[in-house]
Design a protein around this ligand. Structure first.
Ligand SMILES: Cc1cc2nc3c(=O)[nH]c(=O)nc-3n(C[C@H](O)[C@H](O)[C@H](O)COP(=O)(O)OP(=O)(O)OC[C@H]3O[C@@H](n4cnc5c(N)ncnc54)[C@H](O)[C@@H]3O)c2cc1C
Length: 383
């Protein structure tokens, strides 16, 4: 009998899960991906759009491409999820499946900070990175303030990379002497989940560029008219250009569903990604997985990708009765772009006990080349 796998979300996790399932399942079984957006963009490359190294077209592709591989794509808003029935309502249409994967990511909520969207620009979205690139290329002198709107956001490295790429761009344009750059973060240090050594290494990378680093500074509000960012401790900082990483929350349709846990995200088995509902899996940014230190696994594409492979293999195994059980083991890696064609590279086991065992490699041209190759490979293999 034909079975259907319904994948809610066509981002990194959804695309990888769909590809692996399509390859492993006989054609009579249906693989269906739902997303509201007709186009996918690789967020890791948004920073290169910001810095001018890529055009928006180079880092995005139509989701329709999946159809060529025999994956069905439905465009529309996921309005309701009933995990007990393995069912979702998409643009008013009820879709039931034998296997349900929730890969709806995290929703940006810049509006959580008063004045932020009017007063600043973000590299987090493709549109934001495109607008920021225009603002940066016209910037001649003054104070650039980069901030994280909350301690929890996507990709722990991204705001630090953004600061270093902006600094490199400013220097390349010969206006370094006229521009001051400060980075304010709500968290106590860079990439704290990866441990104190990694955190200190990334902090040293940032400070070696002459960027002022101000940790544990939670922005309270922004006044777009006076161009002042005000922090919780009362300090007011004048800026000429404000750049931000927005905070996130689980998408409303997930928060309104019985899938939501006390963390405000979907809680899953850390190895199989199965939820409390049999046959229903959640992966990527929409989940919360607690590590041995009590901190959550970072919201990063590398984990969404690895988890999607595990979930897809196990669903294919359940359908076909062949293959071995797959388990997500907590390994992950990330490139840290530092500008001037160089990047650092951190990799290790986030599930290690008593704390994640991550090693950071010093910035070099090799790691930057690795990230470029990874980007090309990702689009070729998975889109
Ligand atoms: C600037 C930036 C740089 C980054 N750099 C890196 C990096 O270098 N390395 C790394 O590992 N990670 C990086 N990340 C993080 C990475 O992009 C995310 O962790 C990853 O995309 C999560 O994958 P996902 O499949 O869980 O969710 P997503 O990729 O966000 O996909 C979720 C999908 O669900 C859709 N959706 C949501 N709600 C609905 C709904 N109600 N109806 C229909 N569709 C819906 C969305 O349109 C989206 O396509 C970066 C993120 C940013 C913002």
């Amino acid at each position: 009998m034909s079975q259907r796998v319904l994948i809610l979300g066509g981002g990194i996790g959804g695309m990888v899960a769909a590809n692996v399932l399509r390859r492993r399942l006989p054609p009579k079984h249906r693989v269906v991906v739902v997303d509201r957006e007709p186009s996918f963009s690789l967020a890791a490359s948004h920073l290169w759009v910001m810095s001018g190294a890529r055009s928006p077209e180079q880092v995005s592709c139509p989701l329709d491409r999946l159809q060529r591989k025999g994956i069905e794509v439905i465009y529309g808003e996921v309005e309701h999820i009933d995990p007990a029935q393995r069912e979702a309502v998409v643009a008013g249409r009820r879709i039931t499946a034998e296997h349900l994967i929730i890969a709806l990511g995290g929703q940006f909520i810049p509006e959580a900070v008063e004045g932020l969207t009017d007063g600043g620009l973000t590299f987090a979205t493709l549109d934001g990175a495109t607008r920021l690139r225009a603002a940066l290329s016209g910037f001649k002198e003054g104070h650039i303030v980069i901030l994280t709107a909350a301690p929890l956001y996507k990709c722990p490295a991204a705001p630090y990379e953004a600061a270093m790429l902006i600094e490199a761009q400013v220097r390349r344009r010969g206006i370094g002497g006229q521009v001051r750059i400060d980075l304010y973060t709500a968290e106590p240090g860079p990439m704290g989940v990866a441990g104190p050594d990694v955190s200190a290494a990334v902090r040293a990378m940032v400070e070696s560029k002459g960027i002022g680093y101000h940790p544990e500074r939670q922005v309270a509000k922004v006044n777009p008219k006076t161009q002042v960012a005000e922090f919780n401790d009362g300090e007011k900082v004048q800026y000429d250009l404000l750049v931000y990483m927005p905070s996130i929350q689980a998408p409303p349709v997930v928060r309104e569903s019985p899938l939501i846990g006390e963390s405000g995200w979907v809680e899953v088995d850390r190895h199989t990604l199965e939820t409390q509902f049999p046959g229903v899996y959640a992966l990527g940014d929409v989940t919360s997985i607690s590590l041995s230190t009590g901190k959550p696994l970072p919201k990063a594409g590398v984990f969404a990708h690895a988890q999607a492979e595990v979930v897809a293999r196990n669903i294919a195994r359940a359908v076909t009765g062949t293959g071995r059980e797959a388990r997500f083991d907590g390994h992950g890696a990330c490139f840290v772009e530092v500008g001037e064609g160089k990047a650092g590279y951190g990799a290790g086991n986030f599930y290690a006990d008593p704390r994640p065992a991550i090693r950071m490699h010093r910035p070099s041209r090799w790691w930057h080349a690795g990230k470029v190759l990874f980007e090309k490979y990702w689009f070729w293999r998975w889109s």
